[in-house]
Design a protein around this ligand. Structure first.
Ligand SMILES: [Zn+2]
Length: 200
């Protein structure tokens, strides 16, 4: 796997550990995206280009890899937009909303396809190659036990997890995504989302 480095702090990692951002001239943006997301237009008011999140490496141009962290995003905006004041909080909020929309849709798809198991009772130990996300509120003992069995073990905020599943009132503590391309993609999006929210 080729390693990438953050545009700002130079920390190295794999492609999926970074946000892939692209600076696109406003003159071309309408041809590329059909429409500028309304919030982005407000965030990049006085600039000639806007910074887009390229979740699937589909936008033209050279991507900029940035850690999903406030400090690195802030520095990126400073470097790319010089003296123009771009609202970093609004930009991070925009990124988070973007991830949420994507993840919600994909979780729905995965659920329909039987690739998403919700709740510990529905998760079989046989699915040890799957991607297990557990609420950070479960006991340390339980975490250790599950970690020992599932090599792809991740912690997530319980409220966020329930929200993303559209089950706000249910306090979802465990989900397992089967090891398929869709599962892998959701895992990547979820991990970037978790970091973005943590580092706020
Ligand atoms: Zn960085």
């Amino acid at each position: 796997m080729p390693q990438r480095a953050c545009f700002v702090c130079k920390e190295r990692g794999e492609k999926e550990d970074f946000l892939n951002l692209k600076k696109i001239d406003k003159k071309f943006i309408k041809d590329i995206l059909n429409e500028i997301p309304e919030n982005l237009e407000n965030i990049f008011k006085n600039t000639s280009s806007i910074l887009c999140l390229d979740l699937y490496s589909k936008l033209p141009g050279k991507g900029i890899n940035v850690c999903p962290k406030k400090s690195c995003l802030k520095e990126t905006l400073k470097k790319l937009f010089k003296n123009k004041n771009v609202d970093i909080e609004a930009f991070i909020e925009f990124l988070i909303r973007n991830f949420e929309k994507e993840i919600i849709n994909k979780l729905k798809r995965a659920r329909k396809a039987g690739l998403l198991l919700i709740g510990l009772d529905n998760i079989s130990l046989k699915d040890k190659d799957g991607f297990l996300f557990v609420s950070s509120t479960i006991s340390q003992k339980n975490k250790e036990k599950l970690k020992a069995h599932f090599k792809n073990f991740f912690e997530i905020d319980e409220t966020d997890l329930s929200y993303l599943l559209g089950m706000e009132n249910k306090n979802i503590k465990y989900i397992l995504l089967k090891s398929t391309p869709l599962g892998k993609d959701i895992k990547r999006l979820l991990n970037l989302y978790i970091k973005l929210k943590q580092e706020k």
